[in-house]
Design a binder for this molecule. Structure first.
Ligand code: ATP
Length: 502
């Protein structure tokens, strides 16, 4: 009895402390993840966050720099791809154009050798090919699964994109892998076909019972199809959970921004269950933060109530758009512009009152509250960090060669259009609208990140310069033990939970 339950909820894949560094760039940063047998798990995150690299390490196309990958408890970290019971479907179908659908799917089966159950004199298992009938039976079975029963003898080139992708999936599942990896498989399809294929894929997953690990940067796709979603940024797992848990309780501002429409604000926890933002205090359901700890908080647009006479925050309607079943309004309250969704329309310039119930406010720990680096003093008033030489005000008598801690508040960094106007160059990798300003993340060429609070709008991929005034750079003695990172690794708990024999 226990075995069947165990089988079902067993972790089929466990990723332990896996890191991948390419030429000094950390693509995957100490990831821990446990995928249960039969689950549909989606790796979701912006371009460059490391999801494909993680998938390629699971497939065996890429070796981790450190860490281990277990498949059914067996260490497969260095095992070549073709001997792993894993198959991959890519965005580009890579089908053989000169073979028909049946032959494309049968291709892998023809090469496969299976044990006869007998052994040679040396005790090695004797292998045989699949018979023609066995191949036909298997191909027909998967053609049915991907809804292409009548297409076996069609040529590949006459098929639509969606049909070709279904052939690619059929080809990947016909050899009965234990895990199917899908790397943006719907990326090349138009929107309508994508939506249809999303539903089909989710249904296929249920019918086949194989574990799916899916990569996408499309949050709607992830929420629609998956049992669990892994949200990644900067090579690290930010949150791992069911789509509902990730939507309702985002672990931090990046997750909140990535998943659905949201108002993301900075606030201060006054005490347990009480948070202050926009100049008012609100009851919430969160506790365990330090007194006056600065936090990020998210309020979903549908969780804001509007009244014309009373409420917690006074605001003015800036714009309103009808979205089919509700109105989406932009409402300015203080210096924060809220996005609000309601079935009742309020017109531009109308004064309204906003209220938020305690369960509509989700408090999140700030990933970091200040930019902090290790630097080296070069002269009486210059310090080197992140590959640049910056002027600072040396009030503590630091001398050349001193190793120091350098801190710069988010709002004291200037980004310049022209990289040469800054001390160092960097690329914009994230931008997060926080109602009255943008929080922009930039990465320097030596892989250090800066968070910058600015009223200017930047685009992901922009090349910028970084400038900091001398008086905004705080230089202190370097601590012996650097502070621990606050990255969230809930997968560890998941793995433990599962091991507890759920
Ligand atoms: P996308 O959705 O754009 O494919 P991603 O989240 O899948 O992005 P990865 O392709 O895993 O991200 O890339 C993560 C980082 O690793 C990027 O900075 C990328 O440039 C880098 N990277 C990936 N593969 C290599 C490689 N073979 N050599 C050098 N750098 C690489």
């Amino acid at each position: 009895m226990a075995t069947a339950t165990r089988e079902k909820f067993d972790n089929i894949i466990e990723i332990k402390n896996v890191t991948k560094v390419f030429d000094g760039i950390t693509a995957v940063d100490n990831v821990n993840l446990a995928v249960r047998r039969g689950e549909f798990v989606t790796l979701l995150g912006p371009s460059g966050c490391g999801k494909t690299t993680l998938l390629r390490m699971i497939a065996g196309f890429e070796l981790p720099t450190s860490g281990t990958i277990l498949l059914e408890k067996q260490n497969v970290t260095t095992m070549p791809p073709h001997v792993r019971p894993i198959n991959t479907v890519f965005q580009k179908y890579a089908l053989f154009p000169h073979l028909n659908v049946f032959k494309n799917i049968a291709f892998g089966l023809k090469l496969k050798r299976i044990p006869t159950g007998e052994f040679d004199k040396k005790g090695n298992p004797i292998l045989r090919k699949y018979t023609k009938d066995e191949i036909a039976e298997k191909v027909e079975r998967v053609l049915k699964l991907v809804n292409l029963e009548a297409y076996g003898y069609r040529g590949i080139t006459g098929l639509s994109g969606g049909q070709q992708q279904r052939v690619a999936i059929a080809r990947a599942i016909v050899c009965e892998p234990k895990v199917l990896l899908l790397d943006e498989p719907l990326g090349a399809l138009d929107l309508k076909m994508r939506k249809e294929m999303q539903l089909e894929l989710a249904a296929m997953h249920k019918n086949i019972g194989i574990t799916f690990i899916y990569v996408t940067h499309d949050q709607e796709e992830a929420l629609t199809m998956s049992d669990k979603v892994v949200v990644m940024t900067d090579g690290a797992v930010q949150q791992y959970g069911t789509p509902k848990a990730i939507y309702d309780e985002p672990a931090n501002a990046f997750v909140a921004d990535f998943i659905g429409e949201s108002n993301i604000l900075s606030g201060v926890m006054k005490e347990d269950f009480l948070v202050e933002f926009c100049g008012a205090k609100f009851k919430c359901l969160d506790k365990g933060f330090g007194k006056d700890e600065r936090v990020d908080l998210v309020v979903r647009p549908e969780d804001i109530e509007i009244d014309t006479k009373k409420g917690m925050l006074e605001g003015k309607v800036v714009s309103t758009v009808f979205k089919g079943t509700y109105y989406e309004m932009e409402i300015l309250a203080g210096d924060y512009q809220f996005t609000v969704q309601n079935t009742v329309e309020r017109l531009p310039d109308e004064t309204v009152w906003l209220s938020i119930k305690p369960d509509g406010i989700h408090i999140m720990k700030k990933l970091k509250t200040v930019n902090e680096y290790v630097g080296e003093v070069l002269t009486e008033n210059t310090v080197e960090f992140c590959g640049g030489e910056f002027e600072f005000v040396n009030t503590d008598g630091f001398e050349r060669g001193d190793e120091v801690k350098v801190q710069i508040p988010f709002d004291k960094i200037e980004l310049t259009d022209d990289e040469d106007d800054g001390v160092i160059g960097a690329n914009v990798t994230q931008t997060l609208y926080k109602g009255s300003y943008y929080q922009v993340q930039v990465y320097t060429d030596d892989d250090n990140d800066f968070l910058v609070d600015t009223v200017d709008e930047w685009d992901i991929g922009d090349r910028v310069g970084i400038k900091i005034n001398a008086e905004n750079i705080t230089v202190t003695k370097k601590e012996e033990e650097s502070e621990k990172s606050e990255k969230i690794e809930p997968a560890e708990n998941e793995a433990e939970e599962a091991e507890d024999g759920e």
